[in-house]
Design a protein around this ligand. Structure first.
Ligand code: FE2
Length: 256
């Protein structure tokens, strides 16, 4: 399977998976780049994966479904028009004929958020939507800090070599913030160098990798003393739980 990206809006990615002339896509917020890509490549679109209900991830879904008659996997509940195969937490399904994926619930940014994991590829892959970003996490629009902590802990259970494909190019600003939280963390500096190089050539900073996130992502590192201390300095109070630490780090990022 080959993974590629289409640009949408100012900083969204529509991820594509390609195998034997067939195409699957993740989060078509806009149908136009999908049409153009199919026209250019001649691929047959068979599957769409949706991570959550936000318009910049779902806006092109109905048009894509009616044009290509493909399957659309996504959160259950009936609130996203165009989903043909609603999924539950920990449900397995197949795309592109033989690639088995597992959908799992990853709340925090939205309550309906699903992440998609596959280990039938060369390296395991994850589509994390707007829950886990490279060096960051999504804003808490619907969920609580406890929800986001639950999701971060789920990601920690994935194989360390898992490649992480998230929904937005937010990496540079996330790394700047991560540096403010942990100024002595050399891994953040190293990631910044790599990412700036990729961005200067107009390439995506993605994918990230789960073991990199362990080392640099403040939202994954809420049990580290350096992050706890930074959160307590920011909030000017003693924090009693890991969820509180995550909540304060998120507040800080929202105002950074
Ligand atoms: Fe979102």
């Amino acid at each position: 399977m080959k993974i590629n990206h289409l640009d949408a809006f100012s900083d969204n990615y529509i991820w594509t998976m390609e195998s034997e002339g067939k195409l699957a896509i993740v989060d078509p917020g806009d149908a136009k780049p999908v049409h153009e890509y199919i026209k250019k490549t001649g691929y047959v679109l068979t599957d769409v994966l949706i991570t959550h209900h936000h318009w910049d991830h779902t806006g092109g879904l109905e048009e894509v479904i009616s044009e290509y008659g493909c399957s659309a996997y996504g959160p259950s509940g009936g609130h996203i028009k165009g989903i043909t195969n609603p999924l539950q937490d920990n449900e397995n399904f197949h795309i592109l004929d033989n690639f088995e994926f597992r959908a799992f619930s990853a709340p925090g940014h939205t309550n309906d958020q699903l992440s998609y994991f596959c280990d039938k590829t060369k390296k395991p892959i994850l589509f994390s939507g707007d829950t886990l970003f490279y060096a960051g996490c999504g804003r808490l629009f619907e969920g609580t800090p406890g929800d986001m902590l639950f999701s971060m802990d789920r990601y920690k259970e994935l194989p360390p070599s898992t490649l992480v494909y998230c929904g937005h190019e937010y990496t540079e600003s996330n790394l700047k913030f991560a540096m403010a939280v942990e100024p002595d963390n050399q891994d953040i500096l190293q990631s910044m160098k790599k990412v700036q190089e990729a961005r200067s050539m107009n390439k995506p900073s993605l994918p990230s990798q789960i073991d990199t996130e362990f080392k640099i992502n403040p939202f994954m590192r809420c049990r580290e003393l350096s992050v706890i201390e930074a959160a307590e300095n920011y909030s000017k109070r003693k924090l009693k739980s890991t969820a509180e630490v995550l909540g304060e780090i998120r507040n800080w990022k929202d105002n950074f």
